[in-house]
Structures are given as C-alpha cells and as structure tokens.
Design a protein around this ligand. Structure first.
Ligand SMILES: C[S@@+](CC[C@H](N)C(=O)[O-])C[C@H]1O[C@@H](n2cnc3c(N)ncnc32)[C@H](O)[C@@H]1O
Length: 392
C-alpha cells in the first residue's frame, strides 16, 4: 500500500491541497500516528472495498478529519458510490480528484474544474468525518452561503414549482383554526408564510440555524402581508421556540429538515416539545423508497449529505407515534426520475417552455397519492404526513 505511482502521488497531493490539508497533518492509514487526516491507496476500487473494510480507520482519522482514498486505476461512478456507501455513516464523500491525461479534474457536488498537472489515469476520493460535515458550524455556514438560492428566483422557469411545493406542504394538514403557527427549520419561510396566509391575524413564528435564512424569511413574510412574524436562530434538537413562559404552537410545520439532523431522535424530541396539546403537526422530507433516490445512491458518488441521512416516512411516523402523536394522514408528492431531469432540461435549455405541463403532472400525481393514502412510494421523491399532538 505504501508504494504509489508518481501520477497517483501528484493527484493525491492535489487532493490534499484542495482539501486544505498540510502534508504534516496527514498520515497513511494504519501507521498509528497522531495526525488528523489519513490516506490509503489501492490498485482499484474492488480492492479498496475489501481493504478499507479491514483498515483501522477509527484510529487513523481524527474526529474532524478527512480520509483520502487513492486508486491507481480509476473506478466508475458506481464503484465509487459503492465505496461511499460502505464508509457511510462514519464518512461522507465530498470530492473526487480524477487524474486524466489532460490534467487533474476536481469534482464536488454541483461543480467541476480542471486543475494543473497531467498525471495520467488515476483517482482520489475525499471523504470527511460525518460529524464534521453535519456539525452546527458547517450547517450554518452552508445555509448562510446558499440562502439566496433557497429563496427561489421569481420569474425563473422553476419558480412556480418551487412555490407550489411549499404551498402543498403548508396546506396539507390545514387545521380548522390556528393562531400560533411555527415553521420548524424555515429556510426562506415560504411554507410558514403560506400557512399563516390561511389565517389572517395569526402569528407566524419561524426559526432556522442560518441567520441569513431567518433574515430573508422575515423579509418575505413582511412583503406577503404576514405582519405578525418573529424569527429566531436555532437547531431543531434545541428549538428556540417556545422560550420559558411562552405557549406552544397550534400548527407546527417542518418541511425538508429532518434529513439535516445529526441526531434524528433528539431532533424529534425537540419538534414534539413545540406542538400544543391536541395541535397539528405536518412534517415532510425525502422519500427513501423513490426510484430516483435509489438510483442516485447507486450511481452518484457525490450526493448532498441529506440524501444519505434521510429517514423513511415509516421511521418518522413510528418515532412520532412512540412520542404519543396520532397519525392522521400521509402521502407523497414530487414525481421522481425522470421528471426532475426533464425539469432541469426545461429550466436550462427550454427557457421554461414545459414549466406549466410539468407542474400539472406533479399536481395530478400529488392528488392521486393523497387519494390513495400514499400508494406507489417509489414514484415520488418526497413524503408528507399530518399528525395530532397528544392531549395534555
Ligand atoms: C431544505 S431546506 C428547507 C427549508 C424550508 N423548510 C422549505 O421547505 O423551503 C432545510 C433547512 O433546514 C435548516 N436546518 C438544517 N439543519 C437543521 C436542524 N438541525 N434543525 C432545524 N433546521 C435545520 C437549514 O438551515 C435549511 O434552511
């Protein structure tokens, strides 16, 4: 494992530098040193699958460290996805450095760039400790940076679908009346805003770990005429609402958030504490059983961490029922592969020509799912459910 080709060494060096790791901070897996980061090399992905299984990774990589897996022969994306799946949940793949005759190509989720050097044909997969990837600091920084993107772009081809999804979740479990509404992990606030607009004069409370998201959400609420809106910063496992002396909320909605929780049980505990006795809880997230999600897990080595961390609707339902909540209804929305791919083409190449028909298809799909109580899980990328909080 110690002798590696000059090409692989060049790619490994590029991966180390690109990951901001000094050469003094990294050691070879199994050498028993005290460094934060580690690397291992193998002839190919199949040998790596076996070798990594038998390697002392826990003692080689520090609690916030990176693991660099260097391959003399590059693997296919499916090979790398298998490696990534094997190392989950201790590690999460964040970058691939492909040594190619034309140079070293750096891939992350959503970006590609050609770096200097001409190292031939080899590959380095960069993985980070999950506790680092999902740490509060990383989460806050990531969403602060991407906050504008999560707000949607009015007038863009994807905007009608973006707003429809938020409205769909917001109206899914609309109670007969509500005066205190909480958006739990609000992002730009659109779910909570749609809910609050159902009950003029109601108060909207929202929170998010990202101060920038909270700032945008409060601004959106004002523009949409939701005047009674208060935002706070915080995480779901220790929600900033309600503070001591404040009442709980009669309608709590959390859309697309539980998959970001590093400790899903603690997050559910936090969620349940916010709902008033007999109040309505609506929660939705990624559908694990979807054809698209399953395909991506098999074939994409670089995925957002939430796609691997997602919990099934059945798991969440069981967790909430164990906490005394009563299931009211559940179903699915957002048609899966190939609809998102067609939507992408529609947005990037067709200037929105198909936006309306695609939205109608999704609306019809969501209605059918609701009518059938969530049948055909594999056809939808998201689930949603409504529950009732226990009476005091
Ligand atoms: C996919 S966005 C969804 C935002 C919004 N609910 C929506 O449907 O548009 C996920 C949001 O969850 C927030 N988040 C991440 N980890 C969280 C946690 N542990 N507790 C609460 N919110 C969290 C993120 O900052 C981000 O704004």
């Amino acid at each position: 494992m110690s002798q590696i080709s000059p090409q692989l060494q060049a790619t490994l060096d590029a991966a180390r530098e690109g990951s901001q790791i000094e050469s003094s901070q990294i050691q070879m897996v199994g050498t028993g040193g005290q460094q934060q980061h580690a690397w291992a090399s193998y002839p190919n992905a199949s040998v790596a699958l076996k070798g990594l299984n038998e390697s002392p990774l826990d003692s080689s990589v520090g609690p916030r460290g990176a693991l660099l897996v260097a391959l003399e022969d590059p693997g296919s994306d499916s090979d790398l996805a298998r490696l990534r799946n094997q190392l989950w949940p201790e590690f999460h793949a964040v970058a691939i450095f492909d040594g190619k005759p034309e140079g070293i190509r750096r891939r992350t989720f959503g970006s590609r760039e050609l770096l200097k050097g001409k190292p031939g044909s080899c590959q380095v997969l960069v993985l980070r400790r999950l506790q680092e990837v999902m740490s509060p600091e990383t989460t806050t920084a990531k969403f602060d940076q991407n906050a504008k993107g999560w707000d949607g772009v009015p007038g863009s081809p994807g905007y009608p679908h973006f707003r429809w999804m938020r409205r769909f979740v917001a109206l899914y479990g609309r109670p007969e009346k509500a005066s205190r509404i909480l958006d739990f992990g609000s992002g730009a606030g659109w779910v909570g805003i749609e809910a609050a607009k159902q009950f003029p004069g109601s108060s909207l409370f929202l929170f998010d770990p990202s101060p920038e998201m909270v700032r945008i959400a409060e601004g959106n609420a004002k523009v949409e005429g939701v005047d009674l809106c208060e935002g706070r910063i915080g995480f779901g496992d220790a929600p900033p609402f309600p503070r001591s002396g404040e009442s709980r909320y009669d309608w709590v909605i959390s859309s697309g958030v539980i998959s970001f929780a590093s400790d899903s049980e603690a997050w559910l505990d936090g969620l349940c504490k916010t709902v008033a006795p007999g109040g309505t809880l609506v929660i939705g997230d990624i559908q694990l059983e979807s054809k698209g999600v399953q395909k991506r897990r098999r074939t994409h080595p670089l995925l957002p961490v939430r796609e691997l961390n997602a919990k099934s609707a059945a798991w969440v339902r069981q967790g909430l029922e164990a906490r005394g909540f009563e299931f009211v209804r559940g179903s699915a929305y957002q048609l899966t592969y190939p609809i998102p791919q067609i939507m992408h083409i529609n947005e990037t190449k067709l200037d929105g020509l198909l936006s309306r028909p695609l939205l109608w298809i999704n609306q019809i799909g969501a209605t059918l799912s609701r009518l059938t109580g969530g049948a055909c899980k594999s056809v939808f990328d998201s689930w949603v459910m409504q529950l009732r909080a226990p009476a005091e």
